[in-house]
Design a protein around this ligand. Sequence first.
Ligand SMILES: Nc1ncnc2c1ncn2[C@@H]1O[C@H](COP(=O)(O)OP(=O)(O)OP(=O)(O)O)[C@@H](O)[C@H]1O
Length: 319
Amino acid sequence: MAAIEVEGLTKDYGEVLANDDVTFSVAEGEVFGYLGPNGAGKTTTIRTLMGFQSPTSGGATVLGHDVTDEAELIAAKRRVGYLPANPAFDEDVTGREILDLHGAIKGEQRREELLETFDPPIDRKVRDYSTGNVQKLGLVQAFMHDPDLVVMDEPTSGLDPLMQRAFNEFVDAERERGLTVFLSSHVLSEVRRVCDRVGILRDGRLATTERVADLLHRTGKFVRVRVAGDVDAAAFDLDGVHDVSCSASADVPPTGADGGASTGERSPVDGPVTECTFTFTGDVNALLDCLDELTLVDLDVEEAPLEEVFMRFYGGPDA
Ligand SMILES: Nc1ncnc2c1ncn2[C@@H]1O[C@H](COP(=O)(O)OP(=O)(O)OP(=O)(O)O)[C@@H](O)[C@H]1O
């Protein structure tokens, strides 16, 4: 059984078709990222999954329960954790009182462990919380009853980089425990780090669902090479080389008797150096053979940024 099954989900607000025939599923144990630009319809799907609003047509099941059926929804929610986009807790009480209340309703098996990880100031009134501290309290509340599935709308918004890292490590550990996680995000480095698969939403329609590893593989490597002499794109006439750009390198290494004065080493080249960059999706052995023909000064090979792939899906109708 899939943890989440969304079938033909459509939500028409009248002026806006926020979800347009959206269909996807999330397997048990999967960490699924739901991505899209502002207004793409992510929160609309999430609120439908949590039963806060009804679809115009189509539907969804969560842990096998139909979210449009009230009794089934209640049964599902016992085993689901939820972190909304902007958690709104009662401001007149302390974090501890909020957790006590949630604990009494849903359980609190993991409360102490989560407080150690996220550490919100639970003895202060929520009114005095920073945005990040509200988010940390929301994370404790979402996970503390030891759910089977956690649904989060932009979980790291408001968290500082250290806490974002703690969150990523936490999600990794949860995946190991077999938890299913559905999260929406704009933070591409986070998606790359924590998600197994992503769904990309644009204007209410699902543009694609794909494994993160496949997206990265399809994007290829970004290669930056500095070569002795005047070299042009023809030097990289090879299957899988795209978008070659070559220019004289401004950063020419020191040469001659004083070359490498700071290190005491002599530079390997005299004369001009050309810097070339390209994206590579071909056979890495063929690339090495090609580079072997050149005198290299420097070489960087990196994964192409996921941003580039996402922009293709996020961009306008021509993307
Ligand atoms: N209750 C509502 N009534 C009318 N229109 C709405 C309502 N809720 C959302 N919308 C519209 O539906 C579209 C999708 O909104 P939604 O909040 O689902 O997008 P989102 O992808 O979560 O955006 P963001 O990343 O900015 O949070 C937007 O155009 C929004 O203005």
